[in-house]
Design a protein around this ligand. Sequence first.
Ligand code: HEC
Ligand SMILES: [Cu+2]
Length: 358
Amino acid sequence: MATFMAPENAEAKQAVADAATEVAAEVTKAPLPPVETAHPWAMPTAASTFAEDTDALYYFITALDTVFFVIIMGAMGYFMWKYRRRSKDQKTSSITHSGIVEFLWSAIPTVLLLVIFVWGECDFVKQSVPPADALDVRVTGQKWYWTVEYPKYPGVSLSSSTEEPALTLMVPKDKPVRLTMTSTDVIHSFYVPAFRVKRDVVPGRYTQIWFQATRVGEFNLFCTEYCGDLHSQMTGVVKVLEPDNFERALIAAGILEKEDGESLAAYGERVYRRRGCAACHSVEGKDGIGPAWNGLYGRTESLTDGTTVKADDEYIKNSIYEPNSQIVAGYSPQMPSYQGLLDEEQVTAVIEYIKTLK
Ligand code: HEC
Ligand SMILES: [Cu+2]
């Protein structure tokens, strides 16, 4: 497997780019099998090393519940029938209690609950401690999309938005992956049913999960903490790839740089789709959480403080880096700042893109 190195000169960089395009083409040509089961009675697809253990405990508890349900309901029915009132003047006999029966109905459940506790605790400890050689991934939740970065591959970043939920997270098969997660606004929760992992993503705090995928394919990602208007659309796709393809495919998918010969406006459109703007801004006139972008450039905006401003380059740039300094009338300050997330070239590209939207 070719190892990725920081390209030192233009040639090496070009070679990486070529390899990346090649793999990207392969990956798109043969889309990964969607392997999620849709059957309402089945467990979610099992695609990580945790799935079997988690399911085993689940089945154990369900079986135990079923057995006791049958025993208890059966005994109740039987006694109702056996001790039914037989004549109008029949008196209830006076019964006190049975020490043995009371001991058993306390002791047996105690033992069973302890079995469930120890079993669950062992799984919990295993799932809480990532192996030291795990691949590090940074996950940021914000309204209403995920951004994913790989410290080992600087400059590579993926994100889901409500428009394009296709590329949220890419991981290699059979390698442990550790996610360090935080949120920039409210509490979200990162949930991949096929991996049986779920954890809250909390502003001002880091939470961690890890997993090791066992199957190649595409799996659903959900936010499972109610986080506002578009919570139900805060979904994504986790792609598991063969370890040999992973590195090159990730780089191909994750680098957001202007390509040679690409126009600034086209690059700006990619920024719009890949950096989450599409979650709140439409380009066809439908106002969403934020104002639609078509016709924006050059028009006169009314702000909440009663002033007006012409939507020129400076205003748009300011809206991106310091969105709360000038709030468009009729909107609430919901936009996160992109200071440090978009560089000057990307902002310029977005402006060029907005200019093309009539
Ligand atoms: C969470 C929703 C959200 C996301 C994501 C978001 N915005 Fe916004 N945006 C808003 C809201 C709400 C406003 C209006 C209030 C304000 O001016 O801050 C706005 C306003 C703007 C404006 C001014 C629009 C006008 O009509 O004057 C620009 C430009 C803008 N956003 C650019 C962006 C860019 C670029 C991105 C992505 C890199 C982005 N926004 C991502 C919610 C969002
Ligand atoms: Cu959320």
